[in-house]
Design a protein around this ligand. Sequence first.
Ligand SMILES: NC(=O)c1ccc[n+]([C@@H]2O[C@H](COP(=O)([O-])OP(=O)(O)OC[C@H]3O[C@@H](n4cnc5c(N)ncnc54)[C@H](O)[C@@H]3O)[C@@H](O)[C@H]2O)c1
Length: 175
Amino acid sequence: MKKIKVGIIGAGFAGKFHCECLKRIYGVEVELAGVTSLHIQSRKSFGNQYGIAVFDDSEALIKNVDVVDICSPTYVHSETIISAAQLGKGIICEKPLTGYFGPKNADASYQGDKDDKQRMLDAVCVTLNKIVAAVNKNKVFFGYAENFVYTPSVQKECEIIEKTGAQILRMTGKI
Ligand SMILES: NC(=O)c1ccc[n+]([C@@H]2O[C@H](COP(=O)([O-])OP(=O)(O)OC[C@H]3O[C@@H](n4cnc5c(N)ncnc54)[C@H](O)[C@@H]3O)[C@@H](O)[C@H]2O)c1
C-alpha cells in the first residue's frame, strides 16, 4: 500500500495534537512530511520537534505532500482548502471550517456582534460554496476534523432526523 505523505499547516496547539494523532494511525502508512507556519521560529522548532521538513509557506508544502492537514487559524482555512484542492491534494481541516471575519479592510474598531447577521451568513455561504465547488471539481478527499459531530448525542440526533424527516427549528449552545 502507498505511503501517505501528510503536511501540517500551522505549528501551534492544533498542529501538535494532529501530529500526535497522525503518528498513531494504523492500517495505512503515514509519513509526517513537513510543516509550515507564519513565523520562521515556530515552524523550525516544530520541525525539529517532529524531525520533519520545514517549508517556507503553504504553497511550497502543498506541492510536496499527498494530504494537507490544515491547523492554521480559521480565517485562512478556505483559501488553503481551495489551493490544495486545485493541486489535487487530499485535505484535512481543523474546525471550525470557516466563518465571517468582517468586511475587507476592517480595522480593530470592527465589531462582529453589531454587524448584519444575514449579510454575515450570506458571506459564509458564498465561501462554503467555493469550498464545495473546489473539492468536487478536483475530486479530492476532504476530511473535516470536527470532533463533536461524532459524539453519541449528535449521532443519535442525526439518526432521529434522518428517520423521521424532521427539521431543526432551533439550536442553542451553552459555554
Ligand atoms: N479541535 C479542537 O479542539 C481545537 C482546539 C484548538 C484549536 N482548534 C482550531 O485549530 C486551528 C488552529 O488553532 P491553534 O489553537 O492551533 O492556533 P495557534 O495560534 O496555536 O497556531 C496557529 C498556527 O498557524 C500558523 N499560521 C497562521 N496563519 C498562517 C498562514 N496564513 N499560513 C500558514 N500558517 C499560518 C501560525 O503561525 C501558528 O503556527 C483554529 O481553527 C482553531 O479553531 C481546534
